[in-house]
Design a protein around this ligand. Structure first.
Ligand SMILES: NC(=O)c1ccc[n+]([C@@H]2O[C@H](COP(=O)([O-])OP(=O)(O)OC[C@H]3O[C@@H](n4cnc5c(N)ncnc54)[C@H](OP(=O)(O)O)[C@@H]3O)[C@@H](O)[C@H]2O)c1
Length: 271
């Protein structure tokens, strides 16, 4: 039976994807920080007659050690992973650092995804048709700040998510070039009514409140991405609101992807 591992699977689009894959008969492991949301996911799965296949792991993926714990957990319990969804995020209007001393978006939105997509390669390779879904910028993330990857100067607020998304585009590019047997799908879902996890200044909070009630539902975002996961047309696919977008652009430059990979490995070695 197929297995899906979904970070950010306790809320929003990740949660809707988790339900979709439970209904397809997968084993689904969702990861988040909130045990109450994990229990709600499992209770809903039970109601659907899929309680045996629904699992929750509480982990703070903004911490390097927690990502390594998740990799170990999956290696122990799931020999093969058919679908890895990288969807955890937490917005911050003001800059913050994790206990590892890393900028929080860089740590959760990018570095966690680097650690998980590399750490779970052995399990992905054991699946018949593996795929990784990375909620990146799909080319819409703007330029990478190579001299300030952790946004120490002029922290851009909401733009920090877009910057981390641009790093995820490069992460997927690097993986697709190095490991073409494990297809990477980068997805920007467009504005979607979700939990919008985070801490917001008053102006942004008012905007987010509006989006929570007026944006498209998570089920629509899921319907837009599922066909691309079922049949990824190439090792690297980028999708914006259900439509493929070109990957022969600077956002997916293999040399920049290699540069980011080398920089990340140096940073991890120094931690
Ligand atoms: N919604 C949109 O309009 C939109 C637009 C563009 C891109 N996206 C992207 O789509 C993806 C899904 O977004 P969403 O809006 O559906 O998310 P969401 O509803 O805000 O949910 C965020 C998820 O991340 C988890 N999370 C937060 N901090 C975490 C941490 N430290 N460790 C582990 N998990 C953590 C949360 O779990 P807990 O609450 O259990 O911690 C939750 O499951 C994200 O990558 C997002 O950037 C969304």
């Amino acid at each position: 039976m197929a297995t899906a591992v979904i970070t950010g699977g306790t809320d929003g689009i990740g949660r809707a994807l988790a339900t979709a894959y439970l209904e397809r008969g997968h084993h689904v492991l969702v990861v988040g920080t909130d045990p109450a949301k994990g229990a709600a996911f499992r209770a809903d799965a039970h109601r659907r007659g899929a309680g045996e296949r629904a699992r929750f792991l509480a982990a703070d993926l903004s911490l390097v050690a927690e990502n390594r714990r998740l990799v170990d957990h999956v290696a122990e319990h799931h020999p093969a992973v058919d679908l890895l969804v990288l969807g955890a995020r937490y917005h911050r209007s003001t800059r913050a650092e994790t206990a590892d001393g890393l900028e929080s978006n860089f740590a959760l939105f990018y570095l966690s995804r680097h650690l998980l997509s590399h750490g779970l390669l052995p399990q992905l390779r054991r699946a018949e048709r593996p795929v990784v879904l990375n909620f990146g910028a799909a080319g819409l993330g703007g330029p990478v700040r190579w001299d300030d990857l952790q946004l120490r100067r002029d922290y851009p607020g909401t733009g920090a998510l877009g910057h981390a998304g641009a790093l995820c585009d490069l992460l997927a590019t690097h993986l697709a070039h190095q490991h073409p047997d494990v297809p990477q799908v980068v997805n920007h879902p467009g504005v979607t009514a979700t939990g919008f996890a985070g801490e917001y200044d008053p102006a942004t909070a008012a905007h987010v409140h509006h989006l929570r009630t007026h944006a498209k539902p998570a089920s629509e975002a899921v319907a837009q991405i599922l066909p691309h996961l079922d049949a990824p047309p190439s090792p690297l696919t980028a999708v914006h609101e259900g439509r493929r977008v070109p990957t022969d652009t600077p956002a997916f430059d293999p040399a920049a992807a290699q540069r980011l990979h080398a920089t990340t490995e140096r940073l991890l070695a120094a931690l």
